[in-house]
Design a protein. Sequence first.
Length: 195
Amino acid sequence: MTCVEDFLDADECARISDDLRHTYWWDSPVVHRDRQNRLVSTHSIGRTSSTTDETWLGEDSCELLRAIEQRLASDFDVPVDHFEPWQVARYRAGERFEEHHDSGFFGGDPWGERIISVLIYLSDSPSGGSTYFPALKQRFQPVTGRLLAWPDLLPDGSLDPRMRHVACPARRVKTILSTWVRELSRERVPSEERN
């Protein structure tokens, strides 16, 4: 588990947050495998947030995201083309995401499995809205610019059960920026096969 205070400064967070005032939001989906073992994205009562992605952000914010990817690639020693497109989740008062794992569904995907999760808080929430890892008994309050990152898999490639986590109910609006590192390069996947 990695926690970095002030990974983004207040100005960088504000630049992205300002851009979000004009974005399109939709109900946050949950990814799982169906009975035919197909990867599907559905809505769940266990996740009540809203989502947008980098395609709805302006040029200035997208340039900042590319710079963040370069920093993360260097910090975690991973190729920059292994990052998924960025997502932003917004949790209003009372909204949450029940205990879940970010990985375990993508083994047959052309990009491979998610190996690292990255979360950056764009806003403060002194009470409520924490990210909680029950097996580790670790809780992280949203602090503007704080980065959390964790490995999703054990060294043998199986899911690390300790990385199941909860987005606890927010008491006021909480906004997070997220991406995931995959096993394989996005550039190797033909565009029509990308998620």
